[in-house]
Design a protein around this ligand. Structure first.
Ligand code: ZN
Length: 292
């Protein structure tokens, strides 16, 4: 098993009128940089990977992205085509790789870009969200806040000698955070420690929908008679738990079970419009998967 901590920088459509016509729905974010660091068995950062990608959809650098990444328009032209960069990245990762990243976005964007170029992304089907690993291992899982890399570095007293928002530097920082967390456990069995956090980054993890019914009905009854299917596998979910009101007559939550994916949480909100009650449903696969 290879652990590769990676980070992406991406470009997107230029906001405003021009951006709308330029915007490509299949590819909301186009990768312009991949940075990665391998983690060795001794929880030390090892070999690194860095490459610039020459965008083919969003060729003009978004101003916001230019500000955050300190990239210039000229530098965009100096990268290699995405398929070439990603094949080098796959070689770097080796077989049986676990991709670790800060947050859920990077694996999703990697998948979108590979799909866009008709490349097989199935070798990247195992991932770990380091933001959540940090929340559990450093902060006891008590906070639902999504901490920044900067916050985690300071919390763990890790030196910040590299500039931020460069893909390789951010990957190195995330790698240092993971190393620090693993060292704290005092065990060499890193795979075992991280196993509860493994997930498939390509599963559809969330869905939202709404229904309109005659106003004034009993919310718990309306909600519990819905047939709800898993966002990842479309199986019909079952529940033997009651619908709980979390904000009186405005919000509810309901736990359901998927035979394959375990317990899912559905949150429901209600508002009235034109004499109808509108129920808005949001269903999410939990992370870590087994409710660590
Ligand atoms: Zn399922």
């Amino acid at each position: 098993m290879n652990f590769v901590v990676f980070d992406l920088e991406w470009n997107s459509a230029v906001p405003g009128k021009a951006g709308v016509s330029e915007n490509h729905p299949d590819l909301p974010f186009e990768i312009i940089e991949i940075g990665a660091v391998k983690l060795s068995a001794e929880a030390k950062s090892g070999a690194t990977f860095t490459a610039n990608v020459k965008p083919q959809v969003y060729k003009k650098l978004n101003k916001y992205i230019a500000r955050v990444t300190q990239r210039s328009q000229e530098s965009l032209g100096q990268g290699d085509p995405f398929p070439l960069v990603v094949s080098k990245f796959i070689d770097f990762c080796g077989t049986d790789v676990i991709l670790a990243s800060w947050g859920l976005s990077d694996p999703q964007v990697l998948k979108q870009n590979m799909d866009f170029h008709n490349l097989d992304s199935s070798s990247f089907n195992k991932a770990i969200n380091l933001q959540v690993v940090f929340a559990h291992m450093a902060e006891g899982g008590q906070t639902s806040q999504q901490r920044s890399i900067e916050y985690a570095l300071e919390f763990l007293n890790i030196e910040t000698d590299l500039s931020f928002h460069d893909a390789l530097n951010d990957a190195c920082y995330a790698g240092r955070i993971l190393n620090a967390l693993l060292l704290k456990t005092g065990t060499e069995e890193h795979e075992k420690v991280l196993r509860p956090f493994l997930y498939d980054p390509f599963l559809q993890r969330e869905k939202t929908w709404q229904i309109a019914v005659a106003a004034g009905g009993n919310a718990e009854a309306v909600i519990s008679k819905q047939e709800i299917t898993c966002p990842a596998c479309q199986r019909v979910l079952t529940s033997d738990e009651p619908v709980i009101s979390t904000k009186k007559k405005k919000r509810w939550s309901w736990f359901l079970n998927c035979e394959k994916h375990g317990r899912l949480r559905c949150t429901i909100s209600r508002y009235r419009r034109e004499g109808k009650d509108i129920y808005h449903f949001k269903l999410t696969l939990p992370y870590p998967p087994n409710g660590y």
